[in-house]
Design a protein around this ligand. Structure first.
Ligand SMILES: [Zn+2]
Length: 308
């Protein structure tokens, strides 16, 4: 083989590698709020941080994020297919028994091998504990605090997406193929992204920032302003994720799966009745993420019981 032939072969291999790499990065994010949902959740949370917690968050972010937590809130979705982070795949969701419409930590929070705690509620518990150690000044060298912040921020979004706590056999609606207006989609994706994009496009002139500002306005002095203290209510930081998961499967049954069958076409009626649920869950995710970060990274004297 000639030298130039080797070079051609080498460049083909490089190209093939790059194509594979791009394909891996572009794998469908089948089990996550869309980028938009996570960005909104994190922006809402960061705006509600108290000064000390806000400073700690800024210090934990890498320089290239420019102090913007939302810039890295989708990072756990980007790395979940990397070999090094494959263990994190089951941390984005919870599978519950078909039609049960309930969630039970000891029954449902495990990965496909049955390993306990390997679900989104267990992950929130774990990363809350790690960040608590940061506040207590013990430089916890076992854990990467930046990763803990990003995982916690992402999973607080995921646990509020109702179909992230869905039925086992349909993988949280992923295997329920349907049409969203005129294009092909699936029920999980409708809740991850389609409703958000349709809302932005139909009601906010395709400007997702306006949708987010509307959600924020309803938190501070609108529809939900009287509800936020109830949303934040949490006696035991480590068991509250179970409450959020139970809310999600309940909403998944009442609004997600209700009236939807394989091959259905969902359009205006479904969109208009479900959009308020999606925006409220994004608001709750953001408000509660700020509550957790203020408590574990803030400088008020509240002691946090850290389970062994
Ligand atoms: Zn996710």
């Amino acid at each position: 083989m000639s030298r130039s032939g080797s070079l051609v072969n080498f460049s083909l291999w490089v190209n093939a590698f790059l194509v594979c790499f791009v394909l891996i990065l572009a794998l469908p994010k089948a089990e996550a709020w869309s980028k938009e949902g996570h960005v909104m959740t994190c922006r809402i949370a960061q705006a509600l941080l108290e000064p000390h917690a806000a400073e700690v968050v800024r210090n934990l972010l890498p320089d290239y994020a420019n102090g913007d937590l939302s810039a890295l809130c989708t990072w756990p979705d980007q790395i979940r297919h990397w070999y090094r982070y494959q263990w994190s795949g089951s941390l984005h969701f919870i599978d519950t028994p078909d039609k049960a419409c309930t969630y039970d930590y000891s029954r449902d929070c495990h990965d496909s091998h049955g390993l306990k705690g390997m679900c989104v509620a267990g992950a929130i518990h774990n990363y809350t504990t790690q960040l608590s150690n940061y506040k207590h000044g013990s430089s916890d060298r076992r854990h990467n605090m930046t990763e803990a912040l990003l995982f916690l921020s992402h999973f607080m979004g995921d646990i509020h997406q109702p179909l992230h706590v869905g039925f086992t056999s349909d993988e949280g609606g992923n295997t329920i193929d349907l049409r969203w207006f005129k294009h092909k989609s699936n029920l999980h994706h409708v809740w991850d992204r389609e409703i958000i994009l349709t809302a932005a496009s139909e009601l906010y002139g395709k400007d997702i920032d306006l949708l987010q500002k509307d959600i924020q306005k309803n938190i501070t002095h609108g529809t939900w302003s009287d509800d936020t203290s109830l949303w934040k209510d949490c006696d035991d930081l480590f068991s509250c994720p179970n409450k959020y998961a139970a809310e999600s499967i309940s909403l998944a049954c009442k609004w997600g799966y209700k009236g939807v069958s394989q091959g259905a076409t969902l359009s205006d009626k479904y969109f208009h009745s479900r959009m308020p649920i999606v925006t409220k869950r994004i608001a709750q995710g953001g408000v509660r993420l700020s509550m957790i970060l203020n408590r574990v990274l803030g400088n008020h004297n509240q002691e946090i019981h850290v389970p062994a």
